[in-house]
Ligand binder design. Structure first.
Ligand SMILES: [Zn+2]
Length: 251
């Protein structure tokens, strides 16, 4: 969320000096943007193809749900063609100039879309941490901090999916599960839920199961299970892994 008060103060206190760095971007990141400082994360330069760094990774996390069907965006900190295309789709999806360059218009849209804990506005950790009543990310196959970071990636993919499906609410019925929680609910012994890499979308979601299942294919998910797949008639499971497994015989 943007610190609007700080923005107003800084804008009035600081003249916009030579910080308008040379760039092909019609909406370059300016000193004002940097000083505006989002409470979660602030980009301090315009990013385009050829850029690399942790700020590129932060961008990739937020556009990972804007890939082509079957594509999975690498969070590698390298701004290549795949990242540029994801940025273009993100920009087009929100009515911005789709130039594939992440400048102030793109970052300001991201700032507006994220909460202070860096999760997207329509999803929060509390929706994913039930963990059989434990309300934490402990006891899985990865550390709690890794599980949370994995869940954050899923949330941004879901935010993209939600927007593409008409900004209709989607209800998470299961997110992270400890190893013991996963067995108690009959989850697969290799379930992505134990890694924070899987989430279930329930029937009280506004989009239909098949709409969510179909849309997830263009939101970077490699594991998508829905109606007709054993045990998945009451939810759609989405997950991140390295190999593809999509199944929903009834869609
Ligand atoms: Zn699941």
């Amino acid at each position: 969320m943007i610190r609007r008060i700080l923005l107003a103060l800084v804008a009035s206190a600081l003249p916009l000096t030579a910080a308008s760095v040379a760039s092909a971007d019609p909406n370059p990141v300016t000193a004002q943007d940097i000083q505006a400082a989002d409470a979660c994360y602030t980009w301090n330069r315009t990013l385009s193809q050829g850029a690399s760094g942790s700020d590129v990774t932060q961008l990739q996390i937020r556009v990972a749900g804007w890939v082509a069907s079957g594509e999975n965006l690498a969070l590698d900190g390298q701004y290549g063609p795949a990242t540029a295309n994801a940025v273009k789709r993100f920009q087009a999806g929100y009515g911005l100039t789709a130039d594939g360059i992440a400048g102030s218009q793109t970052f300001n849209k991201i700032y507006a879309l994220q909460d202070n804990d860096c999760t997207p506005i329509h999803f929060s950790y509390s929706e994913f941490d039930d963990n059989c009543g434990a309300n934490n990310f402990n006891g899985g196959r990865v550390s709690a901090s890794t599980a949370k970071e994995n869940i954050r990636r899923i949330m941004w993919q879901l935010e993209a999916l939600r927007h593409k499906l008409g900004d209709r609410p989607m209800v998470v019925t299961s997110g992270f599960r400890s190893v013991s929680c996963n067995s108690s609910v009959g989850g697969s012994s290799s379930s992505l839920h134990m890694y924070g890499q899987g989430a279930d979308l329930g029937l009280s979601s506004s989009p239909s199961q098949c709409q969510m299942w179909s849309g997830a294919r263009s939101a970077g998910f490699e594991e998508i299970l829905g109606p007709g797949y054993p045990g998945h008639n009451d939810h759609v499971h989405v997950g991140n892994k390295s190999s593809r497994f999509w199944s929903a015989p009834n869609c």
